[in-house]
Design a protein around this ligand. Sequence first.
Ligand SMILES: NC(=O)c1ccc[n+]([C@@H]2O[C@H](COP(=O)([O-])OP(=O)(O)OC[C@H]3O[C@@H](n4cnc5c(N)ncnc54)[C@H](O)[C@@H]3O)[C@@H](O)[C@H]2O)c1
Ligand SMILES: O=C(O)C(=O)C[C@@H](O)[C@H](O)[C@H](O)COP(=O)(O)O
Ligand SMILES: [Zn+2]
Length: 367
Amino acid sequence: MASVINVNLPQQSYEIAIAPSGIDKLGEYMSGLKLGKKVLLVSNPMIYKHYGERASASLKAAGFEVSELTLPPGERYKTPNSVQKIYDTALENRIERSSTMVALGGGVIGDMTGFAAATWLRGINFVQVPTTLLAMVDAAIGGKTGVNHPQGKNLIGAFHQPRLVLIDPDVLKTLPMREFRAGMAEVIKYGVIWDAKLFAEIEESKHLNQIRYVKPEFIDSILTRSCQAKADVVSKDEKEAGLRAILNYGHTIAHAVESLTGYRVVNHGEAVAIGMVAAGQIAVELGMWQKEDTQRQYALIEKAGLPTKLPAGVDIEAIIEALQLDKKVEAGKVRFILPTQIGVVTITDSVPTDTIRQVLQGMQSDS
Ligand SMILES: NC(=O)c1ccc[n+]([C@@H]2O[C@H](COP(=O)([O-])OP(=O)(O)OC[C@H]3O[C@@H](n4cnc5c(N)ncnc54)[C@H](O)[C@@H]3O)[C@@H](O)[C@H]2O)c1
Ligand SMILES: O=C(O)C(=O)C[C@@H](O)[C@H](O)[C@H](O)COP(=O)(O)O
Ligand SMILES: [Zn+2]
């Protein structure tokens, strides 16, 4: 049975529908939104092979005219150049103001397609059909879209909300285990920043890093609780004027690590896991968080099969320098999201650089 979570916004609210076999109902879901006839479906070749034809067939059966584009997979291709390919295809197929771009894929496809939709003809409709756990619980929701600059992660982008997020949990069956774990990093994030019950539920679950043993009820529960957490935060602060920055927990260091390793060593979720370990330890050093709680977080990250150390060879001074490119920096001050209890975080710009350095030194691969 489908369930629905609402993202309530001043201008355009929308639904996150969690629907088994949802891919085959995409056309039906979109018909209810009174969109123009033309759709540009954007995916990558691997995801398209699994689900593209079903999504396309469902759209056509509902009367949409569908054009398609696949882009190369991977964070290294989350670039202005890939977005240019979306514009070129939009032009060729006369994608109009009433038309819709549909992102069928993980966060990389979602962020790029969303950015193309935000900018094509100054903004057209956009629908998210996330196919990774990470995109289902996080990337597809909330309207942050964009691409990387050679110097830093997500530096180019726009807020542009989707008209619909359609989650088909069945597609997780083909998701590689490493990508499932990456998604668990953002799920654990919600446990630490917002939902202590979710944190406890993950602690109690068995076989967390063996997707074939993960119970469907557990998947349903983490999808629902995570999407609700993200919808709650985004509904309260759509454009990150304040509260929304808590969704960036672990990301201050994560983005620096991803970018310094050329997006080849750790994926986004793994980097977030490393960043959460660092933020937790910084909070302990500053006397803001109990040692036992940071140990609980560490144990959960390990249990999910996620990394807790920095990748070998990353220079700590380079990380400290890269923190200056974080979008939360104000007047040159780096802002961190730090936990004070499981389920509660605070935002601070007064972390001494020496504390960051010391914590990162303790997280080196050989320490
Ligand atoms: N906009 C946001 O709010 C937000 C939030 C979190 C993350 N992000 C961004 O999302 C990106 C990470 O997204 P991701 O973790 O989904 O990675 P991804 O999009 O790179 O997908 C990971 C891999 O999984 C494959 N894949 C996807 N779905 C599959 C399926 N069902 N079966 C088999 N293979 C499948 C893809 O081909 C890809 O190789 C990063 O760029 C990150 O910055 C954005
Ligand atoms: O939605 C948000 O807000 C987030 O911060 C969610 C993060 O998980 C996500 O990785 C986001 O893309 C990071 O945003 P950025 O503004 O730091 O680029
Ligand atoms: Zn993230």
